[in-house]
Design a protein around this ligand. Structure first.
Ligand SMILES: C[S@@+](CC[C@H](N)C(=O)[O-])C[C@H]1O[C@@H](n2cnc3c(N)ncnc32)[C@H](O)[C@@H]1O
Length: 265
């Protein structure tokens, strides 16, 4: 997906929302962040987690925001002025320009499911972590990511178009096996499910609906259908029968073996 202009803005609005904050809080707590650590945020997007982590680890620590998108990295830079711990690096998760065991912690929120060679990215995640280093990964159960309130046939058409935005629709159930195969242990999972029952200005659902509409149009759905779908959702909201449900899943794991390196602190 191209994160320039509207798409990038809407994606960052999703991160700004209370539901976006909840995912960061879950990751932050799972990682046990301490002053002075070195931390990688894989697929850092607009830099919200990078900023939160930098404020916690202080000047003696280092947080690297890593992303393929120049636009996202530029936004991340704008969000982190004056934070000397922050380093922003462009590149692909399947071939990272970091040394073995360079990081104490690795975070990745809603990114792994977009990477076609997700096994390659997980192997790289293990490689750049120190032995005993922790990973906290959030991926969405996209089969269960759903708007309710629009006319069912049109609603299905919009969701079917949206499915194409992500190659791994149901990554969380596959992650434990993939992580263990790559040299992680102690894998645990926890849902961070939420429901929006209204589309207020800072609701995840408000920005997600715009994204789905624009994506569907760029993937063959008629403009008029997308506009009608958005209007139907708004009508459902005004009549008190709107709902949006998502089930992001937090997966945590510890780097267990396979690389000669120093021990994480
Ligand atoms: C949905 S956004 C999530 C951003 C951020 N983690 C957040 O929660 O706000 C996914 C991000 O992953 C990045 N991304 C996708 N494929 C990638 C890859 N192969 N390597 C690194 N970053 C990637 C995208 O550019 C995008 O910024």
């Amino acid at each position: 997906m191209d994160f320039g202009e509207d798409i990038g803005l809407w994606q960052r609005k999703l991160s700004d929302s209370p539901e976006g904050m909840a995912r960061r809080l879950a990751v932050f707590e799972a990682l046990g962040i301490k002053t002075g650590q070195s931390i990688l945020d894989l697929g850092c997007g607009g830099g919200h987690l990078v900023r939160d982590v930098a404020l916690a680890i202080g000047d003696s620590g280092r947080v690297v925001g890593f992303d393929t998108s120049k636009d996202q990295l530029q936004s991340a830079g704008a969000l982190c002025p004056g934070l000397s711990a922050v380093h922003l690096v462009e590149g692909d998760a399947t071939d990272m320009p970091f040394d073995d065991g360079e990081f104490d912690r690795l975070a990745s929120i809603q990114t792994l499911e977009y990477i076609p060679n997700v096994d390659g990215a997980i192997r790289e995640a293990r490689r750049v972590l120190k032995l005993g280093g922790k990973a906290a990964l959030v991926s969405v159960l996209w089969d269960h990511w759903r708007f309710h309130g629009a006319e069912p046939v049109l609603n299905k058409k919009m969701h079917d178009a949206w499915r194409q935005h992500c190659p791994h629709q149901m990554l969380p159930p596959e992650l434990p096996g993939k992580l263990e195969a790559a040299g992680f242990a102690g894998v645990a999972q926890k849902p961070i499910a939420f429901m929006n029952s209204t589309m207020h200005e800072n609701a995840y659902a408000s920005w997600a609906a715009k994204l789905v509409g624009a994506y569907a149009i760029s993937n063959g759905v008629k403009d008029a259908d997308a506009v009608l779908w958005l209007a139907q959702l708004e009508k459902a909201d005004s009549e008190g029968r709107f709902c949006f449900v998502s089930v992001p899943v937090l997966t945590t794991a510890t780097a267990a073996y396979g690389h000669k390196q120093t021990v994480a602190h």
